[in-house]
Design a protein. Sequence first.
Length: 310
Amino acid sequence: MLVVNYNTRVLLEACLASVRRERPAAVVVVDNGSTDGSLEMVARDFPEATLLALGRNAGYGAAANAGVAACAGPYVVVLNSDTVVEPGALAALASHLEANAGAAVAGPRLTNADGSPQASCFPFPGTLGWLLENDPMAPALAMLPAARRRMLRYTLPTQAAPVPWVLGAALALRRAPFEAAGGFDEDFFMYFEEVDLGRRLADAGWEVHYVPEAVVRHVGAASTSKQWRQMTLAHAASMRRYYRKHCSGARLHTWRTLMGTKMLALCVRDLAASMTTSDRGRRQALAERAGVWWDAFSWARTNGRTGTAR
């Protein structure tokens, strides 16, 4: 199994401690050029782990590909450094792949740090399900029981089941189809690499499964929360790339237009809110957010690419 890290030393330590309790055959830590003491901590406290220091921020997909290549065995579990593996989770994921020959990927049930459920699986972008779950009206639609039952974001399967894609914070990969598909597309510097992989595997006849009996705690955005502007731009650029790769013609135009419309709507929302608040600090923050949404709208229409990984 492997863990991808970028400047999250404290969280990485907790992740590796939880992995150690599960006694996997081998652990590889792929570091994307951390400068926070992560390398020293791993070498000192987890000598059983193989440390693969890339020396630069190569992006999540590139780091994961390098880690998979350094691992042995037919299955590889890939973890973000901001995860904590609950007892039995790794064995449950491996057992599920062993018992389901058509599954190329298995994803666990993710929870927040307090144990509350976290969205773990989603529809593919460019589908009606994606539009309904990501539209600003999604929370209102989720209040309707019939609609909520059909929304993966709000109603996760209670038993293991095929889903379009699972969040890349924790993935169990079947090596053969992963390598046959070319691994993660490294042109997705961050965001959408697991979505793209799920789409390519589905096109090749493989399935992605959600396995709720395997539980992994996930902090989320551990190395990106202080870089909201850059991450918003990166997300917009990766979404644009995904649409260009998997859609064409009128369908491509439709989804790029919807994507841009949503960003403009968010820009207008925050700009309007900034004009109606009397709190100077909040007004400035909202105006800055509106500017980021505008930049994201512009970024998504070009070939922009950021230089920061998650």
